[in-house]
Design a protein around this ligand. Sequence first.
Ligand code: BJW
Ligand code: ZN
Length: 248
Amino acid sequence: MFSEQLLNRLANAESVAILTGAGVSAESGVPTFRDPGGLWEQFRPEELANFDAFMRNPVLVSSWYAYRREIIRSVEPNPGHYAIAEMETLFDDFTLITQNVDNLHRRAGSIRVVELHGNIMRNYCLDCRREYKDMPDHDKDTAPRCTECGGLIRPDVVWFGELLPQDAVREAELATRRADVFFSVGTSAIVYPAAGLPHTAREHGAYVVEINPCDTDFTPYAHEVIRGPSGTVMPRLVETVKRMKNTA
Ligand code: BJW
Ligand code: ZN
């Protein structure tokens, strides 16, 4: 399943980075954005995940997030998340960069997690910036509002057209440039700037591996493509690295 070249690179790697996307959480039961049967299939993510859509129809956008929060609360990390958390213990310099907002990597035990697109469990008032972990009670046909000032409460995630958290971007960029081996796992690699990271890794000399059951925009540029679900591939990869390190 893994090439000699990948295993050699991993054996000599000082720095490893993994970029993850929604596909890593698919096997937990969290729908992806763009696959058939994905999140609210009748809407494209661009139509809901932007500030104008929220201001135009806060009830619709808030109920999309409430629906997703409910799913995320009811699911567990899968073997892919756990394997990635274990990978962190096998390399001195390891960075997990995720586009996911679902917190499942941390729940699986990953410690060093760079969240590029925020976290769906955090929310804040647009007017006074008060933070909310749990939304104040509100009717299904109204949007959640701040108990202090009555302002609209939005999720602390990054919408289209918005800047990503700059500390996270800086950390992701540095880890990507340092990486000897870079994995792009479970992402369609179409949303920038995250989708630029595997290219950056390649330009800086990393061996770049894509793990995904399907082709993505990055596939033609990957040094190696492993076709399969992350919940199967990642645990095998960890076992292989562990065996390799034990026999070295
Ligand atoms: C499995 C699997 C299994 C299934 N195992 N795999 C440069 C070029 C072109 C455009 C731009 C550019 N720079 C900026 C832009 C504009 C825009 C953009 O990229 N647009 C593209 C659509 C073209 N980017 C932005 O606006 C970003 N901001 C920005 O750049 O600011 C500066 C700026 C401002 C103004 C003008 C210009 C620049 C912000 C992007 C924010 C993205 N936000 C979202 C929502 C987050 C909140 C929320 O969750 O609601 O992030 S959109 C959505 O897409 C979410 C995801 O993180 C992101 C990526 O999706 P992902 O994770 O790849 O999921 P899918 O569904 O697409 O793919 C799933 C994959 O899994 C598939 O490949 C499956 O095959 C695979 N899979 N089962 C492994 N078991
Ligand atoms: Zn407020």
